[in-house]
Design a protein around this ligand. Structure first.
Ligand SMILES: [Zn+2]
Length: 361
């Protein structure tokens, strides 16, 4: 009887032990198999980027995405963009009708601003000026050498690079200042108040010091804003403002990169503050703006032979400026001629630049 009992116990023990091993083996198999077949949710293998998944019912946008450094080092989390509310224009703008109301001109150059970046950044204050003013989104171009200093020299002088003598993208004192009669010369001769606020020191070469009543170098958008708003305390006739940020970010991170767009938004916010301040001082309705750039850019470069490098932003807004799109070819030296025409300064017969007459009523 005892033998029978011990046999039964041993048999039961063996069965339990076998089942335990079978179950253990199955568990081991399950642990190594692809997780979705077991748990019903997608889990990426450990060698892939770690992705935190969120059920569709909560939100369609993952809040955390970790990418391995070797996979896509320059990609930013999309949540940064999607969670940031898009900036809006400071206020509604209604243009006044007559060119005769122009009392001052502000030329703004966003260094390296491609016209197709304005909506993508976006730049709401500039968009508002553009939509209520004249623009040449496809047909404005810089000189044959699409570099900062030579291009700005033509923009502000009305001359070709061969005539300004600014043939290097670097300040060489022995080369002298930009040659020929430029808009700062003309404004100075007419006893107008002239202001130049730039964010690259080589821009000093664009105009002789005696022709700029105020010349300041301000690095970074907050410094530019402080410098410009301080100058709006007093009236003036001609102001040139230069933002180096887009060009700096383009060279470092690439044109049309997240960082490039970011600094465009910062520069646009400064434009918004300028508009707001002018309105508070009842100067806005008598101010003409030309917002332009010295070149475009692609990848991390702007000196190529492609349209993206040569094409520039060209937007005009102000009293008597029509809301039109210009489809003929414009050149950066037409900016100087247009400024001279708007301020009633004498046009220079030898200028390469011609006023963009058709923007005025
Ligand atoms: Zn530039």
């Amino acid at each position: 009887m005892n033998d029978l009992s011990s046999m039964v116990y041993r048999l039961i023990g063996e069965i339990i032990l076998k089942r335990f091993f079978i179950l253990f083996f199955i568990f081991i198999l399950i642990s190594c198999s692809p997780a979705p077949s077991v748990w019903g949710i997608a889990v990426t293998p450990t060698s892939h980027p770690k992705i935190t998944l969120i059920p569709p019912s909560e939100t369609a946008i993952p809040t955390e995405i970790f990418l391995t450094p070797t996979s896509l080092p320059t990609v930013k989390p999309t949540s940064t963009l999607t969670n940031t509310p898009l900036p809006t224009a400071t206020s509604t703008i209604i243009p006044t009708p007559s060119k005769a109301d122009i009392e001052r001109v502000i030329v703004i150059s966003y260094d390296g601003l491609r016209p197709d970046a304005i909506d993508l950044a976006p730049m709401p204050n500039l968009i508002e000026l553009r939509e209520n003013g004249a623009q040449a989104p496809l047909t404005a171009r810089t000189i044959d050498y699409p570099a900062t200093l030579p291009s700005h020299a033509s923009m502000l002088s009305g001359w070709c690079m061969e005539d300004t003598g600014i043939i290097y993208n670097k300040f060489y004192q022995f080369m002298g200042y930009s040659k020929g009669v430029d808009i700062f010369d003309l404004a100075h001769q007419a006893n107008m108040q002239t202001i130049m606020i730039v964010s690259k020191d080589k821009m000093r070469q664009l105009a002789e010091p005696e022709t700029t009543d105020v010349f300041e170098i301000a690095y970074g958008e907050p410094a530019i804003q402080r410098a410009v708003l301080a100058q709006l305390e007093e009236d003036f006739d001609l102001m040139f403002i230069h933002f180096a940020g887009p060009d700096n970010r383009g060279h470092k991170w690439g044109w049309m990169s997240y960082e490039y767009f970011q600094v465009l938004r910062e520069g646009d916010a400064v434009l918004g503050e300028i508009i707001k301040t002018l309105k508070e001082k009842n100067m806005f309705d008598s101010t003409m703006f030309i917002i332009t750039s010295d070149h475009g850019g692609h990848d991390r470069n702007h000196i190529g032979l492609i349209a993206e490098d040569y094409r520039i932003t060209w937007i005009a807004y102000g009293p008597g400026v029509k809301p039109i799109e210009i489809t003929r070819q414009l050149y950066t030296f037409d900016t100087a001629a247009t400024v001279a025409y708007a301020l009633g300064l004498p046009l220079q017969p030898d200028w390469a630049g011609i006023p963009v007459y058709e923007i005025f009523w």
